[in-house]
Design a protein around this ligand. Structure first.
Ligand SMILES: Nc1ncnc2c1ncn2[C@@H]1O[C@H](COP(=O)(O)OP(=O)(O)OC[C@H]2O[C@@H]([n+]3cccc(C(=O)O)c3)[C@H](O)[C@@H]2O)[C@@H](O)[C@H]1O
Ligand SMILES: Nc1ncnc2c1ncn2[C@@H]1O[C@H](COP(=O)(O)OP(=O)(O)OP(=O)(O)O)[C@@H](O)[C@H]1O
Ligand SMILES: NC(=O)CC[C@H](N)C(=O)O
Length: 577
């Protein structure tokens, strides 16, 4: 059986940074060549970053992407890597516009491509056929679908090339992989992390490998891009469903594997819409590489790692030297501070305690304790003297007065951000965002919301996991036990607790999961056994606070139904019952 040595590059591109992203591919190619690989495959759009959104409709941007491909081919050749076959993802265009509906405004002028580079040239190109347009994806808006399958004949093996969503749909290129009887299917992906997505993705890859009786090499990007986190977790599965190799999650990595593959079936007539290109690669001798199969950590560790990577890449890719956040002594701010320290180091994290007239002693001492455990920069800025003049001048009482405290804290954090260049982290969790339980322009200020997609019960779970993890390493647990144990409170008035205004979190998160994640109607939510009045109350809060979410900071998506592009609802809305 012919043997190919395949390298899969989990790179972490920045959207638009064509030179930096090409450098990452070059580094991966150097590593692959040093390991004796014949082929290197990158993730989807590794050259441009993903998703490029409406940049795909800009001819100038596309022209630069198009130029970056031959430039990369030449640089590979100049670096002595010309024999290596490099399959790299990138957008291509501009093409003749695909008109949308009856509109005369053309938006789709690009294709989502994989180019095959060798010996300083582009030898072939594949354009993605199936363009996802659900969940966070908007590809049909900006791309023109391809209609031809690409098969490379390499050392007597037929290697088919497809891109991400092409693997998820029956028909199209996948059907032709079977007809063409390919020996290897390589798939370039930009597949964002979601909790339990592995339970969908790995079975999908396995099923496709078995259905097509082909070894499938699935390579995914890694890194944070705005609200998305790509987890890598690239994998190779053979035609019997056996996992041959797997890369670690959440890190840049080049996975190298030897594959003994079925030789090309010379009796097969090439189906329509399949282009075959023959490439020559030098023979290598040497011993067969051992299997390299990474194992996935448990659920909570995966979630923590996803949040850390999403935060780190947002901070670093946007050029912030530090982050600032209010430390209330509560669980949300303690978890955010701990995530930030894990992401960028405690030395780049600035915590501010801002006690008011109503702040409890423990809020201050727990904030002190959080700062000390984590080792972050810490300051105390009392707010009472700043709040009182506003209250008096406007004669404020009740919620109007209470919210001034949250807003003064917001002013302090934004002032420190302006003065020192910190990115402000807003600490609201998914449960609070769901029901609008935050003061707009108050505790909601900030550019990034690490817990945006983390419901309150999961915040507690992650806090416990992080502390246990620290203990298992012999380190100081970063989150004070009393921040985990005490009843949550906004402390905007004496003795206030969250449960004065909201149902218990066990009930609330259950209702929200049904209404938001599973998109059930209010009757169906109540039918799950929740009290009808409580369901109506919660559903009303969720519907009425859409405007707050629309203005809120972005944060890492870790669920199948995150706020933002996953869930697009009107603000002005009168539900009919
Ligand atoms: N559809 C819409 N489009 C545009 N604006 C809309 C709107 N509906 C209301 N508004 C505006 O919203 C204002 C009310 O919103 P906002 O000013 O935020 O105030 P509001 O939501 O009334 O109060 C904040 C709530 O969050 C709680 N809180 C605050 C701080 C921290 C925490 C915590 O524990 O994390 C909780 C606090 O106890 C209180 O229950 C109205 O005055 C109105 O101007
Ligand atoms: N005394 C305070 N000092 C500094 N920041 C505060 C203070 N009180 C509130 N904040 C900021 O406002 C956010 C909203 O917190 P609040 O205590 O009102 O409710 P919470 O959602 O229970 O959050 P936490 O669990 O962090 O206390 C806090 O996470 C924190 O960033
Ligand atoms: N980039 C893509 O085509 C991604 C779509 C795919 N269903 C995924 O989440 O993996």
């Amino acid at each position: 059986m012919p043997r190919l040595r395949l390298a899969l590059a989990q790179t972490n591109p920045i959207v638009g940074d064509l030179a930096g992203n090409a450098e990452q591919v070059l580094d991966a190619a150097r590593a692959a060549a040093a390991a004796g690989a014949d082929i290197l495959v990158t993730g989807e759009m590794a050259l441009s970053g993903y998703p490029i959104e409406d940049l795909a409709s800009r001819p100038g941007f596309l022209a630069k992407c198009r130029d970056a491909v031959p430039t990369l081919a030449k640089r590979l050749q100049d670096a002595g890597l010309g024999d290596l076959v490099v399959i790299v993802g990138h957008p291509d265009g501009p093409f003749e516009p695909r008109l949308l509906g009856t509109s005369s405004a053309p938006t789709a002028i690009a294709q989502n491509c994989a180019s095959v580079l060798q010996h300083g040239h582009t030898k072939a190109r594949y354009a993605k056929h199936h363009l996802p347009n659900y969940s966070v994806f908007d590809e049909y808006r900006v791309f023109i679908p391809g209609d031809e399958l690409l098969v490379l004949r390499l050392r007597g093996v037929d290697v088919a090339v497809i891109v991400c969503e092409d693997l998820w749909r029956d028909g199209g290129p996948l059907g032709r992989v079977l007809e063409a009887d390919a020996g290897l299917l390589v798939v370039l992906n930009a597949s964002p992390f979601e909790r339990d997505k592995d339970e969908v993705r790995l079975p999908l890859v396995t099923r496709r490998a078995i259905e097509t009786n082909t070894t499938v090499a699935y390579v995914n990007l890694v890194g944070g891009q705005d609200d998305l986190v790509f987890d890598g977790d690239s994998v190779v599965v053979d035609g019997t469903g056996d996992i041959l190799a797997r890369a670690p999650q959440f890190v840049e990595h080049v996975l190298v594997i030897d594959l003994d593959l079925e030789p090309a079936n010379l009796g097969v007539e090439l189906p329509d819409n399949v282009r075959r290109v023959t490439l020559t690669v030098p023979e290598h001798s040497g011993t067969r590489l051992d299997r390299d199969v990474a194992t996935l950590p448990d659920d909570r560790e995966q979630l923590w790692n996803a949040l850390v990577l999403g935060l780190r890449d947002y901070v670093d890719k946007n050029g912030f030297s530090s982050v600032a956040l209010g430390l209330s002594g509560g669980i949300d701010s303690a978890v955010c501070a701990s995530l930030a320290a894990d992401a960028i180091g405690a030395d780049r994290v600035f915590g501010v305690s801002m006690p008011s007239r109503w702040s409890s002693d423990h809020s201050r001492s727990d904030a002190d304790d959080t700062a000390e455990r984590i080792g972050l920069h810490y300051s105390v800025e009392p707010i009472a003297d700043l709040v009182l003049p506003i209250e008096h001048q406007l004669d404020l009482t009740g919620v109007a007065a209470e919210n001034v405290q949250a807003r003064v804290r917001g002013i302090i954090l934004m002032a420190l951000s302006n003065a020192h260049g910190h990115l402000v982290l807003t600490t609201g969790n998914k449960t609070e965002l769901s029901v609008g339980y935050s003061t707009m322009y108050g505790d909601s200020v900030g550019g990034f919301a690490p817990l945006k997609d983390v419901p309150k019960l999961l915040v507690w779970d992650l806090a416990r996991w992080r502390n246990e993890h620290a203990a298992s390493l012999g380190e100081t647990p970063p989150i004070p036990e009393s921040s985990i144990a005490k009843p949550p409170s906004a402390e905007l008035r004496p003795g206030q607790t969250d449960q004065d205004s909201l149902p218990p979190y066990e009930v609330l998160d259950g209702i929200l999961d049904a209404y938001i994640t599973n998109a059930l109607g209010r009757e169906d939510v109540a039918a799950l056994g929740f009290d009808e009045e409580t369901v109506d109350f919660v559903v009303g809060l969720v519907d009425r606070s859409e405007w707050k979410r629309r203005q809120g900071a972005i944060g890492p998506k870790i669920s199948g139904m995150a706020f933002g592009r996953d869930r697009r609802l009107p603000i002005t809305y009168r539900p009919s019952h």
